[in-house]
Design a protein around this ligand. Structure first.
Ligand code: NAI
Length: 333
């Protein structure tokens, strides 16, 4: 029997890599450009698995509809799983798998790219030079060497980001409720508490997952505890930062620069071409007016290596569902 799998929120690059991963066409795949939610769950009728991304909304109502229509597996083609009600999935007997580490390098390197672009004003210089404006006024940056970089969350991605910054000869502080002292010793990284990290860091990069206790980790009081003029990079999840407080910190000049690959209310905006439309999100619109804010639309994961690995692991798990074999190690939630 061929496994029927319904894919949601599919972009052309997803299709390309999933086609390569299932070269022998062993799966019957239905690709949908729209997102999966309780409202669209009826489209999974006949499928035994759904394959979803970060902005599909698998709340209890959605999962109940999927389960009732015969779906057995939710395959996330991402690492984060805050958009799936895992307790409801368990209650309904739905298996959930994800791709825990497709390329931590992709995300860590993007965090560093954002910092360098923002600090050295590459985004502004690019536009200027294309306009034949070769002046350097307003493009002064700083050396990363010798600065203090604070890494919040030293899992797979945070560790690589820390190591890259050590390569820049920066001092690296880290905060994580589950520290890895042996790794820190090897790489010359010093763990500290959140308040000290925020107070001492010239650059803070977020790599913690979205959990109840990391929701709005950076809000008015924690932002006020950051070093004046510090740069803040978020490639993790938008809801780690309270956007209204971030805008205030930018308006007062408290923060030197902010680079975001994720945004609190990105759902329905990021990954879409809204050019020519009126942007309805006032906070994102405000953020985009600051010269010292750089926003990318959740593209940190988007490398060839990461897409190939996501497609390989997910396709293998879908085939294992068909064969009744255990899922790939470390992928089941
Ligand atoms: P991981 O699970 O390997 O590491 C997360 C680390 O955060 C763990 O060491 C954990 O102990 C730590 N942590 C938990 N609560 C914390 C807290 N309150 N303060 C500080 N640290 C805390 O995850 P990985 O693979 O490093 O990914 C990190 C996050 O990056 C993911 O949760 C995901 O949200 C985000 N991500 C973003 C992508 C993008 O394209 N922008 C792509 C992939 C992941």
């Amino acid at each position: 029997m061929t496994i029927e799998a319904a894919f949601y929120d599919v972009k052309p690059y997803d299709r390309e890599y999933f086609d390569k991963a299932d070269g022998a066409a062993r799966l019957a795949r239905h690709f949908h450009e729209f997102r999966l939610s309780a409202e669209t769950a009826a489209s999974a009728e006949g499928a035994r698995a759904v394959c979803v991304f970060v902005n599909d909304a698998l709340d209890a109502a959605c999962l109940e509809k999927l389960s009732a229509s015969g779906v057995k597996l939710v395959a996330l083609r991402c690492a984060g799983h805050n958009n799936v009600d895992l307790a409801a999935a368990k209650r309904l007997g739905l298996a959930v798998v994800r791709v825990p580490a497709y390329s931590p390098h992709a995300v860590a390197e993007h965090a560093v790219a954002l910092l360098l672009a923002l600090n050295r004003r590459i985004h502004r210089a690019y536009n200027r030079v294309r306009d034949h404006n070769f002046s350097l006024d307003g493009l002064v940056g700083f050396d990363v060497a010798g600065k203090t970089v604070g890494i919040i969350g030293t899992g797979k991605i945070g560790k690589i980001a820390a190591q890259i910054f050590r390569g820049f000869q920066a001092e690296v502080l880290a905060h994580d409720p589950y520290p890895d002292p042996e790794w820190a010793r090897r790489h010359g990284v010093a763990y500290t508490d959140l308040a000290r990290l925020l107070a001492a860091s010239d650059v803070v990069s977020l790599h913690a997952p979205l959990l109840p206790d990391t929701f709005h980790l950076l809000k008015a009081d924690t932002l006020a505890g950051m070093k004046p003029g510090a740069y803040l990079i978020n490639t993790s999840r938008g809801k780690l930062i309270e956007t209204s407080a971030l805008i205030e910190a930018l308006k007062t000049g408290r923060l030197g620069g902010v680079a975001l690959d994720v945004y609190e209310e990105e759902e329905g905006i990021f990954f879409e071409d809204l050019s020519g439309l009126v942007l309805q999100d006032d906070e994102l619109s405000r953020l985009l007016t600051f010269p010292n804010v750089l926003v990318t639309a959740h593209q940190a994961f988007l490398t060839r290596e990461a897409l190939a690995e996501i497609a390989r692991v997910t396709t293998e798990n879908l085939l294992r569902l068909e064969k009744g074999e255990p899922f790939l190690e470390g992928t089941a939630l």
